[in-house]
Design a protein around this ligand. Structure first.
Ligand SMILES: Nc1nc2c(ncn2[C@@H]2O[C@H](COP(=O)(O)OP(=O)(O)OP(=O)(O)O)[C@@H](O)[C@H]2O)c(=O)[nH]1
Ligand SMILES: [Mg+2]
Length: 366
């Protein structure tokens, strides 16, 4: 599910400088006073969490920032052109389109409020006042403003997964993704079948979330073993983790621990990410026989626990419902805006002590 649009952006042209001379009564040779043109405005892309798609770009594909005004007499500088801020969803890959149609990557917009300059406004031209010197006291030249930069951009929206499925190779991650979503990752009976994360959209009634199959987690992954930490990075962005365990493995609990340790060795904060454990392959008789023991072993972890068969679909719906519930809870926590986190915000004094307590709770820690 990748969405792509092409847009044209242009910075505003700089205003022209002008040629002008002082004209005053009783001053026969007034000096030059032609002012500088204003700089043109620039075009910025700004990451915004409230937008989820690139749909808005279907209707508007040209973005031009304002021109700078021309300079005027009496050393008056032209007004600066206003900047243009274009909102894009988080997960937008920004490429500059080349003549041959390919694109060079400029930036990956991942944060709310992240600003990317994509077309700089032109510089305003100098007026003749600027060119006055001891040898040329009455210059009759002025500069034109520079044109604003213009470029074509290719915007690709990369879905950022809400939920990541982790687990040992062969646990059945790709099978689960196939069962619950439109994605078709390869499934096979050997480890490392999946070589890069695959995303799918899970739809439950009117709600949906994006699920990623995150392969390659084995002992030593945080040191780059297996498929390395490229994939660990993907987990950082997800809201929830489904930890899938192969119920037919020799020691399912120890598999789970090892993968868990890899996560924490990579980034301690991942320990706090909401997690669901799903023991897979319960359709196999040998797994069914072990169920009571597995249940006892995993219960103690204090994490929601499900027993499923990714292949037959047994227990999968309940697992997805729980996942959706946790995703919705995570959604209701507003993302921290960078500015809010970094700068103290002065607010008007609250009207009553009760309101004060409320507002402290709301903006606590800032
Ligand atoms: N019996 C049974 N087999 C399953 C189930 N889920 C997956 N398998 C099998 O287990 C093997 C591995 O499944 P995959 O979905 O490819 O596992 P994976 O976790 O994506 O593996 P990697 O991509 O290598 O990390 C395949 O042969 C699947 O058919 C299940 O619920 N029951
Ligand atoms: Mg796989």
């Amino acid at each position: 599910m990748i969405d792509r649009v092409e847009v044209y952006v242009k910075g505003g042209d700089g205003g022209n400088g002008i040629v002008s001379f002082r004209r005053e009564k009783f001053v026969p040779f007034g000096g030059p006073n032609g002012g500088k043109g204003g700089d043109g405005g620039s075009v910025y892309l700004v990451g915004d969490v409230s937008i989820a798609t690139l749909r808005g770009f279907r209707y508007r594909k040209h973005f031009r920032a304002a021109k700078g005004a021309h300079g005027r007499g009496q050393d008056m500088v032209g007004k600066r052109g206003e900047d243009l801020q274009v909102k894009v969803p988080l997960g937008t890959l920004v490429r500059r389109k080349q003549e041959d149609g390919s694109g060079t990557l400029l930036v990956d917009v991942v944060e709310h409020g992240q600003r990317v300059l994509v077309a700089k406004g032109g510089r305003g031209g100098f007026g003749n006042a600027h060119f006055a010197s001891s040898t040329n006291q009455a210059p009759r030249i002025a500069e034109k403003g520079d044109p604003g930069e213009e470029t074509r951009l290719l915007l690709d929206l990369k879905l950022i997964a809400d939920v990541g499925i982790i687990g040992y190779p062969n646990a059945g991650k790709s099978t689960l993704l196939r069962t619950v979503s439109n994605a078709k990752p390869k499934v096979a009976d050997y480890p490392f079948t999946t070589l890069e994360p695959v995303l799918g959209v899970v739809e439950l009634g009117y709600r949906s979330f994006v699920l990623a199959d995150i392969p390659g987690l084995i002992e030593g992954a945080h040191r780059g073993l297996g498929l390395g930490f490229d994939f660990l990075r993907h987990i950082e962005r997800t809201k929830i983790v489904i930890h899938l365990v192969d119920g037919s493995s020799e020691a399912p609990l120890s598999d789970l621990r090892k993968v868990g340790e890899e996560l924490v060795a990579y980034e301690a904060a991942l320990k706090d990410k909401p997690r669901i454990i799903a023991v897979n392959k319960v359709d196999l008789p040998e797994v069914r026989d072990r169920l009571p023991r597995l249940r006892r072993e995993f219960k103690g972890l204090g994490v929601p626990l499900y027993f499923i068969s990714a292949a037959s679909g047994e227990g999968v719906e309940e697992l997805m419902k729980k996942t959706l519930e946790l995703v919705s809870q995570a959604d209701s926590v507003p993302p921290v805006k960078k500015e809010e986190a970094e700068f103290k915000v002065f607010r008007p004094r609250p009207l009553s002590p009760r309101r004060a307590a409320h507002s402290e709770e709301k903006h606590g820690g800032i």
